[in-house]
Design a protein around this ligand. Structure first.
Ligand code: NAD
Length: 260
């Protein structure tokens, strides 16, 4: 149902972003993928997306902690397809440390990537969406856009702010058929989660098993990790006709975490 539409997904070489790209391609969308990784692996994924969609898929790099990186990514999408109809701001990173020991450069990086890149990509996609009278903006926020955990000051701050940005965009574009929403996962088993385990072990003086069971799944009443495909299915729903009047919301997929 997305043939003829173009979707750009930031941070789509891995994890949830890659699942979004695959789900959108399966519905026939043109794709712009972005993120870091092995060149040959990325090319393989790009070709697979094209094969799945029967449409066009391009890879555009760009370090999204930098304004210029966001601008060159969006320009690549606009040059290739004329407009970006579906923007999914998903690139994100985590760092775990007590606030009074939090490395300043990590704070700056996380705010730049998890928050400011969504602002930059949105501001550059919106004129084309307005012109076409249709658009979907989706941010991968987090349960941490609604609640906090210790040692994640930058991440929690950026994700709370991202939810505010989505609401603001939703209001500004409410009459132009452009929706803006957040999807807020609890824990999804991806490299981002896997990679924070060693630091959490250090910060909390715990074993790997204790971190998985007592810190991660402790927050989710269902005691389950979501899959990246579960999250992508929500994004597809938000792109569909039934979601035409859903805007400014923050959809939790968190096993009851934020119900507590
Ligand atoms: P991931 O580490 O698997 O993927 C992150 C993606 O972002 C990769 O493609 C990576 O190359 C890209 N990226 C990293 N730094 C970048 C930069 N400077 N410029 C451009 N791209 C960059 O992570 P994930 O778990 O799939 O996370 C995706 C999003 O979901 C993030 O915003 C994360 O905060 C959010 N999230 C994840 C979980 C979870 O449990 N995994 C839970 C809630 C929210």
């Amino acid at each position: 149902f997305l043939s003829g539409k173009t979707a750009l997904v930031t941070g789509s070489t891995s994890g949830i972003g890659l699942a979004y790209a695959r789900a959108l391609a399966a519905e026939g969308a043109n794709l712009v993928i972005n993120g870091f990784g092995d060149e040959a692996e990325i090319e393989k994924e790009r070709a697979a997306l094209e094969a799945a969609s029967g449409a066009k898929a391009i890879y555009a790099g760009g370090d999204l902690t930098k304004t210029e990186g966001c601008e060159s990514l969006m320009q690549a999408g606009l040059d290739a397809f004329g407009a970006v109809d579906i923007l999914i701001c998903n690139a994100g990173m985590q760092y775990v440390a007590p606030v009074d020991e939090f490395p300043v450069e990590k704070w700056d990086q996380i705010i730049a990537l998890n928050l400011s890149s969504a602002f930059h990509c949105s501001r550059l996609a919106i004129p084309g969406m307005k012109q076409k009278g249709w658009g979907r903006i989706i941010f991968t926020a987090s349960a941490h856009s609604l609640t906090a955990s210790p040692f994640k000051s930058a991440y929690v701050s950026a994700k709370h702010a991202l939810a505010g940005l989505a609401k603001t965009i939703a209001l500004e574009l409410a009459e132009q058929n452009v929706t803006a929403n957040c999807i807020s996962p609890g824990y999804v088993w991806t490299p981002l989660v896997e990679e924070q385990i060693p630091d959490t072990m250090k910060a909390r003086r715990m074993t790997r098993e204790q971190v998985i069971n007592d810190v991660l799944l402790e927050r989710e009443p269902t005691k389950k990790f979501s899959t990246a495909e579960d999250i992508a299915a929500v994004a597809l729903f938000l792109c569909g006709k039934a979601a035409d009047n859903i805007t400014g919301t923050n959809i939790s997929v968190d096993g009851g975490w934020t119900a507590q």
